[in-house]
Design a binder for this molecule. Structure first.
Ligand SMILES: CC(C)(COP(=O)(O)OP(=O)(O)OC[C@H]1O[C@@H](n2cnc3c(N)ncnc32)[C@H](O)[C@@H]1OP(=O)(O)O)[C@@H](O)C(=O)NCCC(=O)NCCS
Length: 184
């Protein structure tokens, strides 16, 4: 069963390991943290930032990933979306989609947002497909937008509006409940 829970101090260690994991790092804009101190600073700043809100994704109670809203604007009623499944064995089994449904519920109910948007590296089919399943729609394409490890990458802009999630929510949740990925 997939759930979201608030950060605890000790989560800093899982997050350090995951951010340095090649399959996670591969899709991030920034380089992974080199030193633990640098990562601890990132974690502390993340928790203190009123424009960010993050959760640990848990699988049967054990942390397996991270999901956050950032650039939260209460006036514009939008935020950007970021997530990863850090534990390799939890990937490709629906955990990301389950966490996504739980995260969208929180974004649109707890934060009263109207729009959640994301930047996905072009060619990242797993992420693009998972986000399309929840109702994210393509809003743009940024050519040669991200530079990392000596290469420029294209980026796809995706977004979902609160009414689009409201229209999809029941069917998405029904499938996830039937697969025992989330609680009814
Ligand atoms: C992108 C990412 C978050 C997606 O999470 P995930 O758990 O791997 O992906 P999903 O939840 O979509 O599951 C993937 C596959 O499991 C399948 N699946 C298996 N059982 C399923 C179930 N019961 N319910 C739904 N999907 C299921 C899905 O159909 C999907 O396969 P498909 O793409 O061939 O259709 C994750 O792969 C990840 O963290 N990758 C590395 C870091 C990263 O890319 N972060 C995002 C940057 S934009």
């Amino acid at each position: 069963m997939i759930e979201l829970r608030d950060f605890r101090d000790e989560d800093v260690h899982d997050l350090f390991r995951w951010r340095r994991e090649p399959e996670v790092d591969r899709w991030m804009y920034e380089l992974p943290p080199g030193q633990f101190d640098e990562h601890q600073k990132w974690f502390d700043e993340h928790r203190a930032d009123p424009k960010r809100r993050g959760w640990m994704i848990t699988l049967n109670g054990a942390p397996c990933g991270f999901l956050h809203l950032y650039g939260i604007s209460r006036t514009q009623r939008r935020a950007q979306w970021g997530w990863f499944i850090g534990e390799a064995e939890a990937r490709g089994r629906g955990a990301g989609r389950a966490a996504q449904a739980l995260g969208l519920d929180r974004a649109f109910s707890e934060f009263d947002l109207h729009k959640v948007w994301s930047e996905v590296p072009a060619g990242h089919e797993t992420a693009l497909k998972a986000q399309a399943t929840a109702g994210f729609r393509r809003e743009g394409y940024l050519r040669r937008h991200a530079f990392k490890n000596g290469e420029f990458r294209d980026v796809v802009l995706l977004a979902i509006l609160s009414e689009e999630w409201a229209a999809k929510r029941d069917s998405v949740r029904r499938d996830l409940v039937a697969s025992r990925l989330i609680a009814a």
